[in-house]
Design a protein around this ligand. Sequence first.
Ligand SMILES: [Zn+2]
Ligand SMILES: [Zn+2]
Length: 145
Amino acid sequence: MSHNHTHADSLTGKLDELGYRMTPQRMMVLSAIEKSKHHISAEEIYSQVVAKYPHVNISTIYRTMELLKGLGLVTETDLGEGRVRYHPSGKGHHHHLVCQECGETADLDESALSALKESLLHDYGFSADLRHLAIFGRCAKCKGK
Ligand SMILES: [Zn+2]
Ligand SMILES: [Zn+2]
């Protein structure tokens, strides 16, 4: 945690620090994740990588995402589209409110679920890993209809 050299905060820097080999494809996957403003799906990453490396297989992307997830460098969540989206863990924990009617999503601060986390621990002795959740329902606009 006290590493402070250049790029240590980037995904590339972290992976490099952990001793993983940096292939050009892997670098592209990492930069696609970092460049994405919000969340990115494996399919979107793939379409960026394949534009430059036509021989890349989508399973390479899935494997890289599994690796990053296992290392805790990205978190994933299913926003109800039938596929997961990723974002770098370094951007902080947050959750999502997803409207099932209009599809709009809003960010929810991590602290909003601390009461839930508390009561799961207190009532069930269950230590919940609430890192990246999507909560489905109806937004204020749709609820009013
Ligand atoms: Zn998110
Ligand atoms: Zn809505």
